[in-house]
Design a protein around this ligand. Sequence first.
Ligand code: IP8
Length: 282
Amino acid sequence: MQAAQCSKPARPTKASELKARPIVLKLGGSVITHKDVPFSANEPAIERLAGEIAEAMVPQLVIVHGGGSFGHPLAKKYVIKDGFNGKFSQLLGFSETHQAMITLNNMILKALIHCNIPAFSIAPSSTIVSKSGRMVAKIDERLKRLLHIGLVPLLYGDAVLDSDRVFTILSGDQLVVAAAIQLDAERIVIGVEGDGLFKSDPKLGRGDLIRTCTLQQLKELGKQSRKTSAHDVTGGMQGKIAELVPAVEKGITVTIVNACKPQRVCKALRGEEVIGTIIRRE
Ligand code: IP8
């Protein structure tokens, strides 16, 4: 990986900043990887985003990233989400899926540290056992401790143990919402491949970007939207909308921006005016 584009180093954390409510940022797998080429990281995008995150200087930040072309092809090949089928080959697939996520995570971690962001990786599979694919217990208390001392917890969608299915896939979107609710986050910022939520599918040439969206409208959109990506075992945009509902119900504002376009993530993190969709309870 080449030198990251860091316009500014992350500032040292002041005691007052440690009291700020956190922001939870999701870096979509389609942004940080080339989704159609297995195991291909989009290194320029990772480096640019690390630079933007440093530039935004968010006092309390949690970062979660998706699987993209690392986690999803293996999860699909070995049908990990549905649980253990009793075959040894699937055990190897479970290992490989997790390994692929560690590899991608390490690239992101490296880019963040290179930009002076004190990121600290937590493997969800080491702390979470899901139930029928859903997180039932709270996220590890260590997350709060890391934030409290000024570190930036870094999580990712992962292959995890499951009390009903033996194992499954836990999406980064579930983690984002669970972390935001448990940490009483101020906002969630979701960086995706498109400009935000659309009234209809832009790929069909009919879409209008929704700039602001209420909880009610989000629920309606969830019913209308389709599974958008054949590569994605966790439901694409439809899955994302469904996951976001409980966070918006709790009053957490969500901003969805195009993380492929420079400065959008930085502006969204700073709470500045940006092209995207802002979702508020009302
Ligand atoms: O991309 C899924 O996370 P997501 C992670 O956030 C794996 O849905 C392992 C496929």
